[in-house]
Design a protein around this ligand. Sequence first.
Ligand code: AMX
Length: 436
Amino acid sequence: MDHIKQKIIEIGRPKSETVKRLIKEYGDQPIQEVNLGQVLTGMKGVVSLLTCTSKLDPEEGIRFRGYTIPQLQELLPKMQVDGEPLPEGLFYLMLTGELPTKDDVNFISNQWAQRAMNIPPHVFDVINALPKDAHPMIQFNTAILAMSTESQFRKAYLAGMDKKDYWDPTYEGVMDLIARLPVIASYIYRRVFHNEKYIELDPALDWAGNLAHMMGYEEVEVKRLMRLYMMIHADHEGGNVSAHATHLVGSALSNPYYSFSAGMNGLAGPLHGMANQNVMHWIHKMLREIGEENPSEDQIREYAKETLSKGQVIPGYGHAVLRKTDPRFTVQLEFAKKYLPDAPLIQLVEKIYNVVPEILLATGKVKNPWPNVDAISGSLLSSYGITEYPIYTVLFGVSRALGVLTQLIWDRLYGLPIERPKSQNLAWYMNKVNYQ
Ligand code: AMX
């Protein structure tokens, strides 16, 4: 058994005992009052999930196991001293709650490179059977489901497995799945946008560096950006659609492939992970309509108002939890200012940032007028030549696997049962509040 699995057993067993005692001895204690408005507006703020990988503060943004993104940029092992942290380190942190050593990170990098080698050929056949113009998220998710033929969890469950061991084949499946996602994502990218000219995995490279390499980008800065991108999109606590869907489907003991696929179906929605692609549509439509490459703030203001007047959302702005500018936006802007000070798209993103919040605030209904992670990620990728917008949500998905699948291992360690909240019809709610 490798040292990471040993560590998981060490820290997981006492935690699972704590969960059992909490249910048995404290289970009838109320923790919160829920009002009708919360139920009817997407359960916002209803505390009902157990998530250990990360926590989202409305004002401050995301913390992974207690660490902010700038702290992790300092503390996690890197490829170069002035580079971005390796996402392998974030995976280790989310899984164990401890900062990794460089050896831990190298161990995971090697594991993932090895596990990425033997993807069964039928997975590529399934992708190839889809039309090339099928959205990359369709191709990505189809491949994820096709890989579930490999599920160790399914096999172990059928063979008869003790509940307390569920975490083990889950861990194995999660490691395989995460390892293989860059190969799948880059295969789809090269298939759709680069005439099927595929590039082999380089076992000497790290996970995110390999993704850039297999997509066809060898520049140091693109690899650096990919490591940053993979880190900041990895997790956003448990209630966002992709995390919640992965967890919910996982609660039926569906294997990691089925569970992650559910999460990816949610990520493909325009209000969630597809927003990064839609931001680019919104920007390019604006440039076409205005007829200028460098529109003024007044022109952007008019275009944003027009979007709202048509009953549409401005993609890249707003958030269900955050109430300030998303630190994932800020860290990308800082990256862009450092490495791409003159990129026209980044300057445009800044202009939009100067204008859009006040327009959203003026509606009187938008709870968070500030930019989220998606307001800039596409412009940054585009500025490095990755201009094929439909791949952006796939990249988001590759990263999101790190958090939601780590949590799935923890769901098994905690021994969480199947989820089954209660639903009621409209009459029940009307009656409950004496609706007149
Ligand atoms: N543009 C226009 N209207 C917006 C808006 C935006 N960017 N953000 C919120 N609103 C509207 C809502 O549609 C809602 O209108 P309604 O009352 O007429 O239905 C009202 O403001 C109140 O919504 P809210 O409580 O502020 O937001 P929410 O929690 O319901 O939704 C989110 C959050 C992200 C879906 C929403 O802000 C949005 O649609 N943003 C644009 C899409 C986007 O960028 N999504 C990516 C989010 C980050 C991610 O998951 N990757």
